[in-house]
Ligand binder design. Structure first.
Ligand SMILES: Nc1ncnc2c1ncn2[C@@H]1O[C@H](COP(=O)(O)OP(=O)(O)OP(=O)(O)O)[C@@H](O)[C@H]1O
Ligand SMILES: [Mg+2]
Length: 292
């Protein structure tokens, strides 16, 4: 983005100061896995993330949920204007299915299954549940409500609000995705404060993107679940699996926070990843009645 001061370079997004309490969030084609930023970029990823996130943030706004979204940046498909928030240093995870780190922790004995959940990878929880992880450390770690209170990260009222709101937004995203035959297995949200906007935490960052969510194919779910197989997904799980299996990252990998300087993906993996992100956008935005 020319002209505006860059105030932060995240793993994926560049954040600019747009003045008057506003920021520009520019989603690049960068990709991270296991909190490591790859040197490879995924063509079109930035514009896809920006479009899907805007679609979900607008959906939340239309349901009366305060969000940071203002508008798209004209003639820049990868960027949106947002209100600047004082970000709460906690990630809010909504889990609808037992997968990923929750499945891992369950197997290690440190994840309590909600009553009525089948103890199988990919099982549906009786209702979606919310967990918190830290944002300040190089690698995310689950945190308890007590730890959040003790550290002054949120008040008890804020915690209740954020749990309810994350579940509400998850429902909106899931109901829409279901029209495109996508299951939203889990997703991450971030909230921040801006007393001029709202007296409650405001939904910030990205919403319901293939970077922040696990999107599964509804038509393939039951068969894979019954067979105990991994669920193919329209997100970056494909890249994670490639790195684990083909690059030995299951045994040894760079430290979280590292930015790689040499490409590590094959052209095939890069183009397949673009395809997956495009498929996610097609299914989500077609059902949202907005195919741009
Ligand atoms: N409205 C907002 N006001 C201020 N900061 C925001 C807002 N929305 C998102 N952010 C922050 O902007 C950054 C977006 O960049 P990106 O998602 O690439 O970073 P990240 O690498 O995931 O984050 P981090 O730097 O926190 O590890 C994040 O740090 C996010 O917390
Ligand atoms: Mg982020």
């Amino acid at each position: 983005m020319t002209g505006l001061p860059l105030i932060k370079q995240g793993k994926v997004r560049d954040v600019y100061d747009a003045g008057a309490g506003r920021l520009v969030l520019d989603s690049t084609d960068r990709i991270s896995a296991f909190d490591i930023v790859l040197a490879d970029t995924i063509p079109r990823k930035g514009e896809i993330l920006n479009a899907i996130s805007a679609c979900h943030l607008k959906m939340a706004d239309n349901s009366g949920i305060p969000t940071h979204y203002i508008s798209m940046v004209p003639a820049k498909r990868t960027a949106m204007f947002v209100y600047r928030l004082d970000m709460i240093p906690v990630e809010v995870i909504v889990r609808a299915r037992l997968y990923g780190s929750a499945w891992q922790r369950y197997r290690e004995g440190s994840f309590a299954l909600p009553n009525g959940t089948e103890p199988r990878k990919g099982a549906q929880f009786p209702q979606p549940m919310v967990e918190f992880t830290t944002k300040l450390e190089a690698s995310d770690r689950p945190v308890t409500r007590d730890e959040i209170l003790r550290n002054g990260w949120m008040t008890a009222d804020e915690i209740s609000y954020v749990i309810g709101t994350a579940l509400d937004v998850h429902r909106l995203v899931s109901v829409n995705a279901a029209k495109g035959k996508i299951i939203v297995a889990d997703q991450k949200f971030e909230f921040g404060r801006n007393p001029e906007l709202a007296g409650v935490p405001v939904l910030g960052d990205e919403a319901g993107t293939p970077d922040s969510s696990r999107f599964w194919d509804e038509e393939l779910y039951a068969e894979n679940y019954a067979a105990g197989r991994d669920q193919p997904s329209f997100d970056k799980q494909y890249v994670r699996d490639f790195l684990l299996r083909e690059r030995g990252w299951d045994k040894e990998r760079p430290k979280a926070g590292t930015r790689l300087t040499e490409p590590i993906l094959t052209p095939e993996v890069v183009s397949q990843t673009t395809e997956r992100y495009m498929e996610a956008r097609r299914r989500i935005m077609a059902s949202a009645g907005d195919s741009k």
